[in-house]
Design a protein around this ligand. Structure first.
Ligand code: GLV
Ligand code: MN
Ligand code: MN
Length: 441
């Protein structure tokens, strides 16, 4: 049983109780809400247990959505949810949803969670922290026989890393093209969702509308290095960037690499190289925190002795301002036209489905997280998220917010991703107490 009977610093406990006026009016709950605290050791143990699912033959983390590791990891997680009495179900998009009844089940649920899929060769904290902390919140309430007013809902979104697919399906719906898009696993999203136990033919039945969810909260690692550098314990997210992807096709002419003089070539890879540099120059040409990346490339035919005839690259642009993304892309197109002309190649762009709009989090929830964290004795900072999250889609249908904890070295989407047990516990306690405050309205 975990209670904040005596906080590590007693002044905090006293200050917290009086400052909050957090006396429990819900008389049939044995402990007042601010006495509850998560079990950090259990959370840490589970982070490592989940890390065992989806390890490839080279020992790398490969719990990529729709693959065997993802499916097995989800089964493990659902088993824990069952044990916690959450009766988990899978919606038509493959999202896992568990519920804990409140005193008044006609109220809309307070929902929270994250994702457990990962990028190839990913780390053990991105998504998993928020998922395991959400389960921890449910278990602490169970163990303390604490019943909230609202029902609570734990959501593990499907395929967050492949384009926040599960949360998009739930909030705006997936198009036919979106469902047919190939995912990192090699399966289309439709095939992948089926493999998770979803029902892509009836994908729209998982749609929720504005007002269906009382509030959405997600705890996550920062994935950047600001909190660690500034020695801040809790980040309060103000906004989440929009993300747009393009497949860029550069067509030259494949020819003999020995017999074709340098001035008679239409080298697609040379043009692609200039294009990649141009992307970097355009993104850096204006002030702001926009980012642009060419993160993948395919060269054909791909031989020492053949001039590359065809190259495809993946272009991504992110910013909090959707218009800025469009403006930057137009500049990149202009630069591509010049490169194509000078290199006698053709460059064309195919905008990819399943893009993410930028989203602002709910101001009241931001404030609630901020005061809750401060009352728990933590330093805080308002910040934006350069990573995409399911929360940006949930923000379309419900007041939504995110809590960040430090990522050591600012490293993420890497096996070197790491957050300390103390920071995870701090974040989960902020999540727990924020949920309880939202519940009291
Ligand atoms: C997900 O983590 C993303 O930002 O791509
Ligand atoms: Mn994530
Ligand atoms: Mn991620």
């Amino acid at each position: 049983m975990h209670r904040r009977a005596f906080l590590k610093t007693s002044t905090l406990s006293i200050a917290g109780v009086t400052a909050l006026g957090f006396t429990n009016t819900q008389s049939n709950n044995p402990f007042s809400s601010n006495q509850l605290t998560v079990n950090g050791k259990r959370m840490e143990r589970r982070i490592f247990e989940l890390a065992k699912f989806g390890v490839d033959e080279k020992g790398r983390g490969y719990r990529v959505a729709y693959t065997k590791g993802d499916i097995e990891g989800r089964a493990w997680f659902m088993e824990l949810m069952k044990k916690a009495g959450l009766n988990p179900t899978i919606d038509t998009a493959g999202n896992i949803i568990g519920r804990r009844n409140g005193k008044n089940n006609t109220l809309k649920p307070i929902s929270f969670g994250s994702h457990i899929d990962m990028v190839p060769d990913g780390g053990n904290y991105d998504g998993t922290l928020g998922s395991i902390a959400a389960l921890e919140v449910m278990e602490i309430l169970n163990e303390n026989k604490f019943i909230t007013e609202h029902p609570l809902e734990l959501i593990i979104f499907a395929n967050e890393e492949g384009g926040t697919i599960g949360s998009k399906a739930m909030t705006e719906g997936l198009t036919k093209d979106g469902l047919q898009q190939k995912s990192q696993s090699g399966l289309t999203h439709a095939e992948g969702i089926k493999a998770l136990g979803g029902d892509p033919e009836n994908i729209a039945s998982c749609l929720r509308r504005k007002g269906d969810v009382h509030a959405w909260l997600e705890l996550h690692i920062e994935q950047g290095g600001i909190l660690e550098r500034e020695k801040i314990q809790i980040g309060v997210v103000e906004g989440i960037v929009g993300i747009v992807h393009w497949e860029v096709l550069i067509e030259g002419f494949a020819n003999h690499a020995g017999a074709t003089p340098m001035n008679m070539r239409q080298d697609a890879l040379l043009a692609a190289s200039r294009f990649i540099i141009a992307v970097n120059e355009v993104i850096n040409s204006v002030q702001g925190s926009q980012v642009g990346t060419v993160g993948k490339i395919n060269v054909q035919p791909g031989a020492y002795n053949v001039i590359p005839g065809k190259v495809t690259v993946g272009l991504e642009i992110r910013d909090l301002n959707a218009e800025k993304i469009e403006m930057l892309f137009k500049e990149i197109e202009k630069r591509a036209a010049v490169i194509a002309q000078e290199s006698k190649t053709k460059i064309s762009f195919e905008r990819q489905p399943n893009e993410s709009k930028p989203a602002l989090t709910d101001k009241k929830l931001q404030q609630l997280i901020n005061t809750t964290a401060k009352e728990l004795g933590f330093s805080t900072k308002l910040m934006q998220s350069g990573a995409g999250h399911d929360s940006q889609h949930m923000a379309d249908i419900a007041p939504s917010a995110m809590i960040f904890i430090p990522s050591i070295g600012g490293i993420s989407h890497s096996p070197k991703e790491f957050s300390t047990a103390t920071d995870m516990e701090n974040g989960a306690n902020v999540l727990l107490q924020t949920i309880l405050k939202v519940d009291k309205g």
